[in-house]
Design a protein around this ligand. Structure first.
Ligand SMILES: Nc1ncnc2c1ncn2[C@@H]1O[C@H](COP(=O)(O)OP(=O)(O)O)[C@@H](O)[C@H]1O
Ligand SMILES: [Mg+2]
Length: 307
């Protein structure tokens, strides 16, 4: 079975696609069978980063059943170590308003992919689709930039993801679930408080649901003057969301990334000595270890730096 890794953040423009495309390539170079899936509905552009302008098939073809199996919609980049891509799709009603059945078929398609690792670009936003595809993966990566507004979006995204996870932990017909469904929560502590007031032991159950949810943090576009206080951010997330977010790495602001974008090539291929490429390679080394350990223990290991 493939290890699935998703990448998310509150808003677009944080570098998710750039990071995931480079990771996909670096993992393929290490000999892993990699499949990159572009679920960024409306903003799909991973194919462009590899210079593929008109994909023969895309996610739409799978969703509209023009192809029955997800495998048939994959594009193989022989010049990029056999890396495979399910190209994304423009915004259509079909995809934006996916039905429950379509979503189940998509998830089944993802789990049936013949790969060592499936990387999922869930795109921006906090729609239920984005959150569910983000949470579906075995391992989550979340990205923020150093600006306070980006950190706010990042925190908001993680808060909604944790709320969705907690709500999903209650059986759909339980008393707590029925009550929780009627509410529109914006804070995790409100969910815990209401759960506790409705049913004895519900708070513990809600907290238990977050056990093992440890999204890995990447800070992108770091500059000398604009660094995130990581310890403070982690403390805030631990205090209010009850989760630990281990660091996966930091990527500096780097003009090489735009140069690579204009050349339609991942920066790690075009300019491997660029500071951003070196940072991405360090991140890929850590991700490779996580995949190896995940395959062996199916538990997120404690090998990433904690500070
Ligand atoms: N570390 C960086 N340094 C310079 N430019 C970057 C960096 N990371 C991303 N970018 C640029 O920011 C833009 C948004 O990146 P993208 O990967 O498309 O974000 P997202 O997928 O989160 O919307 C792109 O033009 C990309 O080249
Ligand atoms: Mg993107």
């Amino acid at each position: 079975m493939a290890v699935t890794i998703s990448i998310g953040s509150g808003k677009g423009g944080t570098g998710k696609t750039m990071i995931l495309c480079n990771l996909a390539l670096l993992l393929a170079k290490k000999g892993l069978k990699v499949c990159l899936v572009d679920l960024d509905i409306g903003g799909a552009d991973a194919h462009l980063l590899f210079g593929l302008f008109e994909p023969k098939f895309s996610l739409t073809d799978f969703l509209t059943r023009r192809v029955e199996s997800m495998d048939d919609a994959l594009h193989t980049f022989y010049s990029f170590n056999g890396l495979q891509l399910l190209p994304g799709t423009g915004s259509t009603l079909q995809t934006a308003n996916m039905t429950y059945q379509e979503k189940q078929r998509l998830l089944k398609g993802l789990s049936s992919l013949d790969a060592d690792v499936v990387l999922i670009d869930v795109g921006a936003g906090t729609s239920y689709h984005s959150l569910d595809f983000f949470m579906y993966a075995d391992v989550q990566i979340c990205v923020t930039m150093p600006e306070p507004t980006s950190i706010m979006d990042f925190y908001n995204f993680l808060q909604l993801a944790t709320i969705r996870k907690v709500l999903g932990s209650f059986l759909s017909n339980s008393q707590v679930s029925l009550l929780l469904k009627k509410q529109n929560f914006s804070s995790l502590s409100d969910v815990f408080a209401l759960a506790e007031n409705t049913e004895e032991g519900a708070r513990e159950k809600a907290q238990q649901a977050l056990h093992g949810f440890n999204p890995l943090l990447i800070i992108n576009r770091n500059t000398e003057n604009g660094k995130v206080n990581k310890a403070k951010l982690k403390k805030l997330v631990a205090k209010y969301l009850g989760i630990d977010i281990p660091s996966l790495g930091e990527i500096p602001e780097d003009l090489a990334i735009n140069e690579a974008l204009r050349a339609y090539m991942p920066v790690c291929e075009l300019l491997p000595d660029a500071p951003s490429a070196v940072a991405l390679m360090n991140i890929a080394d850590k991700v490779e270890k996580i995949i190896e350990l995940f395959q062996h223990y199916s538990n997120q290991p404690d090998i990433i730096e904690r500070d």
